[in-house]
Design a protein around this ligand. Structure first.
Ligand code: DC
Length: 226
C-alpha cells in the first residue's frame, strides 16, 4: 500500500516548506496542489477571463486542458505540466495570479476537474500532498494527516521576510491580506479549509521548519500504520 501524508493549512503557515522538508527526510514525493490551482488561474489570467464574473467561460475550457505531475528524470521529484509544458513557477506565484487564484479555487467545476488529477498522484509509493482540502476531500483515507497553522501576525511576518512586497508595506497590511485569504478559503461553499477530525494540528508560531518535521516524524513513529 502507498503511504499517503496529507498536509493542509492556511496561507503562509509554512506548510509548503514543512511538506518539502518532510519529503526529503522520508524520501517521499511532494505534491503541491496549490500550484495546480495556480496553473488554472494563470491560464485564465492569460486569456483575460475574470473567474469571479465569468466562471463559466473558464469552466467550458477545462475539457481541453491537461494538468499532471510527472516524475523527473531521476524519479525523485515531481514536476507540474500544463498542456504538456512545464509550468512557469515565477509567473504562477506573481501578484497577478495570486489575486485571482482564490476565486478560481472556489469554482466547483474546477475542484471536480482537479480531484482525479490529485488522486492519480497518490498512486505513487510515498506521497506528501499539501493543500487546503487534502485530508477532508482528496485523500480522506490518508495514512497521516497534519494541519499546519500559525497566527495571522506570524504568517504575515514570514510572508514579509520572503520579500516580494512594495517598499513600505506594513506587517498590519500583510496580516489583513492573510486574514482575507483565510476568510475566502474557509467560508467557501465547496471544500472549505478545515482540519479533519483525525488530523494532528500543529501551531508553528515558535517553531522552525525542522522542529515541525521532527514533530510529524515523531507522530508517525508513535502511530505506526496498521
Ligand atoms: O497554497 P497556495 O497559496 O499556492 O494556494 C493557492 C490557492 O489555491 C489558495 O487560494 C487556496 C487554493 N487551494 C485550494 O483551494 N485547495 C487546495 N488543495 C490547494 C490550494
Amino acid at each position: 500500500m502507498t503511504l499517503q501524508i496529507a498536509i493542509d493549512g492556511p496561507a503562509a503557515s509554512g506548510k509548503s516548506t514543512d511538506a518539502k522538508l518532510l519529503a526529503e527526510r522520508i524520501n517521499g514525493l511532494y505534491v503541491n496542489t496549490g500550484l495546480m490551482y495556480r496553473a488554472v488561474a494563470g491560464a485564465a489570467y492569460n486569456l483575460g477571463i475574470d473567474p469571479e464574473k465569468n466562471p463559466q467561460e473558464l469552466v467550458k475550457l477545462l475539457p481541453q486542458w491537461t494538468l499532471e505531475y510527472r516524475l523527473d528524470n531521476d524519479a525523485n521529484k515531481l514536476e507540474l505540466f500544463f498542456n504538456d509544458k512545464p509550468v512557469d513557477n515565477a509567473f504562477l506565484r506573481s501578484k497577478e495570479v495570486s489575486d485571482v487564484v482564490s476565486q478560481v479555487a472556489a469554482i466547483p467545476e474546477v475542484r471536480d476537474w482537479m480531484l482525479q488529477k490529485q488522486r492519480d498522484c497518490a498512486k505513487l509509493p510515498i506521497i506528501i500532498m499539501e493543500g487546503r482540502d487534502i485530508q477532508t476531500v482528496v485523500l480522506p483515507n490518508a495514512t497521516y494527516k497534519f494541519f499546519i497553522t500559525a497566527s495571522a501576525e506570524e504568517r504575515a511576518r514570514r510572508r514579509l521576510k520572503q520579500g516580494d512586497f512594495k517598499d513600505g508595506t506594513t506587517l498590519k497590511e500583510v496580516a489583513e491580506q492573510i486574514k482575507l485569504r483565510d476568510h475566502l478559503d474557509s467560508t467557501r461553499a465547496v471544500a472549505p479549509l478545515k482540519p479533519a477530525a483525525d488530523s494532528l494540528v500543529i501551531n508553528t508560531d515558535n517553531m522552525t521548519p525542522d522542529e515541525v518535521v521532527d514533530k510529524m516524524v515523531e507522530h508517525m513513529q508513535k502511530n505506526p500504520r496498521q
